[in-house]
Write a protein that binds this ligand. Structure first.
Ligand SMILES: Cc1ncc(C[n+]2csc(CCOP(=O)(O)OP(=O)(O)O)c2C)c(N)n1
Length: 550
């Protein structure tokens, strides 16, 4: 508890059990807020939501065995999306290790490939240093999850706490600076480029470098696109914004990547959802790749000008060098003309209905009802993609979703964690009738703790995204994607002490959503939308960006 206090931890999400009883006993007098979740997975995702909304390290506690295995998904999720998190797991007594003791699982082994680092405590005096090193590793360099496994007997020993001020890890020295010569080369390449694109990922948000990025883009008319995880790194109401790129990105963004002569990737990792068919990805481009993790450089796409370091540090220097290079702004005129052509020809659009609530309209209605001034968390599926397309984000840390792992069930606990981190910003969740059922137990946590998350279920009665793939790529042979009629989400909400509402009327949707948002405490809104609607446009799996459909 002393260590947590020294690290500035103000909240822990967790769940007790036999093997972490001594640690839980210490919570009684610690003065540290503990939110009792209803499932350890909820605790892990809440820690992620907290970290994403605040930029601080999220903390989750779980017991040994099943408690620890229940956080395997959040740890993997945090690893994929570079979320700073420290997980404390209880472990059986040291004399029982390796005996298949009650609730023994090899947590260290199980989680080895899904954490940035892990500690197995072997002596009680190791605990303070391990905790401080864990926080240091979680938050520095490329952020990620760190696990500390603590055998129960070692956590009940009295030790003197000596503050640990000097975390020095000779084998872990992330490069943050960025090489000045490389930065100059990148600036020159950018100044000479006739068809440049800034391709921005979640790393820019993790590095708190959104304003620096915006300054670079606006120092000239540099076109910007962001990944799903990068939404909010650049104001999406700015005309230099091309929209999101990738599988469900805009045609303008994807075509611009396809025809670009220079792509400056910042905190982005050329995921397959971005590149589509790798051999045909951006065939005319040279690549500048700025990333804090050297392992990302040339992993999928060879970088011509690699720059390893922290975006917050590098981007302003790139802007300065770019200004020095005195690029001719006129050189971009033809490029913008081309981009405007795509924009006009292929805006994001859908066929609206007078009678039904179209899912895309539901997102636009939520934007109107909130004025865009909220944290929007999302689950995984069509509703996630429509949120990314139709809800413009103007600030970083407002869009909380699971990108790399695509974890259904992430949404509600992550929204809960975000709401705890930012109590003054309204927090809404867009979820699907499938996803919400993967962690709906956390509604109890919201009610018990007065966490006023507003949950909007885009209810299409399907595992919509899978149905879409079956429709498009499996001859419409629907296999186990109909979610039927249960549960009654209004009653479910009420059972958990939340307010439940059902909305079916398009005409009053915005106003009804406003009422839901103004209702105190947690609210669950079951919105009935068109059942079979597809998320477009789309780069079909394995296809090239220029062959987008829909
Ligand atoms: C834990 C988990 N299991 C399965 C999947 C595969 N999957 C991706 S999207 C999806 C359907 C999601 O359905 P729903 O939450 O109702 O959202 P919709 O697509 O209808 O908006 C499924 C099953 C997943 N992403 N995560």
């Amino acid at each position: 508890m002393e260590c947590l206090r020294a690290e500035g931890v103000d909240v822990v999400f967790g769940y007790p059990g036999g093997a972490n009883l001594p640690t839980y006993d210490a919570f009684v007098e610690s003065g540290i807020r503990h939110v009792l979740v209803r499932h350890e997975a909820g605790g892990g995702h809440a820690a992620e939501g907290y970290a994403k909304a605040s930029g601080k390290v999220g903390v989750v506690f779980a017991t040994s065995g099943p408690g620890a295995t229940n956080i395997v998904t959040p740890l993997t999720d945090a690893m994929m999306d570079s979320v700073p998190m420290v997980a404390f797991t209880g472990q059986v007594r040291t004399d029982l290790l390796g005996t298949d003791g009650f609730q023994e699982a090899d947590t260290f082994g199980i989680t080895m490939p899904i954490v940035k680092h892990s500690f197995m405590i072997q002596h009680p005096t190791e605990i303070p240093r391990a905790v401080h090193e864990a926080f240091h590793i979680a938050r520095t360099g490329r952020p990620g999850p760190v696990l500390i496994d603590m055998p129960t007997d070692l956590t009940r020993v009295e030790i003197d706490y000596q503050p640990v001020g000097d975390v020095r890890l000779p084998g872990y020295q992330p490069t943050t600076e960025g090489n000045q010569k490389q930065i100059r080369l990148a600036a020159k390449a950018l100044a000479n480029a006739r068809r440049p694109v800034l391709y921005v990922g979640g790393g820019v948000i993790n590095a708190n470098a959104a304003s620096e990025l915006t300054e670079l883009a606006l120092s000239d008319r540099l076109p910007v696109t962001t990944t799903l995880m990068g939404l909010g790194a650049f104001p999406s109401t700015n005309p230099q914004w091309l929209g999101m790129l990738g599988m469900h990105g805009t045609r303008a963004a994807n075509y611009a990547m396809d025809e670009a002569d220079l792509i400056v990737a910042i905190g982005a990792r050329f995921d397959d959802r971005i590149t589509g068919k790798l051999s045909e990805f951006a065939p005319r481009a040279k690549f500048v790749h700025i990333d804090v993790d050297p392992a990302e450089i040339s992993k999928n796409v060879p970088a011509h000008i690699p720059i390893v370091g922290d975006a917050k540090n590098i981007v302003p220097r790139l802007t300065a060098e770019y200004k020095n290079a005195q690029a001719d702004p006129e050189r971009l005129a033809a490029w913008w003309e081309r981009i405007e052509g795509w924009r006009q020809q292929h805006p994001l659009k859908y066929e609206d209905s007078d009678t039904e609530i179209k899912p895309q309209y539901m997102i636009q209605a939520l934007y109107e009802a909130t004025g865009g001034d909220c944290i929007l968390a999302s689950d995984v599926g069509q509703h996630q993609m429509w949120s990314a397309q139709y809800f413009p984000f103007d600030k970083p840390r407002r869009w909380i979703n699971s990108g790399g792992l695509g974890t259904m069930g992430f949404g509600l606990p992550a929204a809960m964690g975000a709401a705890v981190a930012q109590p003054d910003v309204p927090t809404c969740l867009i979820t699907g009738d499938g996803s919400i059922q993967m962690n709906s137990q956390e509604l109890a946590t919201c009610s018990e703790n007065g966490i006023p998350v507003k949950v909007f279920i885009m209810n299409n009665g399907y595992l919509g995204m899978v149905r879409q793939w079956q429709e498009l790529f499996w001859d419409r042979r629907y296999s186990h994607v109909d979610t039927g009629s249960w549960p009654d989400f209004v009653k479910l909400a009420e059972a958990y002490g939340a307010t439940g509402m059902r909305l079916t009327e398009k005409k009053t949707l915005v106003e009804d959503m406003r009422k839901a948002i103004e209702t105190p405490g947690p609210v669950v809104v079951d919105v009935r939308v068109t059942r079979e609607e597809n998320t477009y446009p789309m780069i079909a799996p394995g296809a090239a960006a220029r062959d987008m459909v829909g």
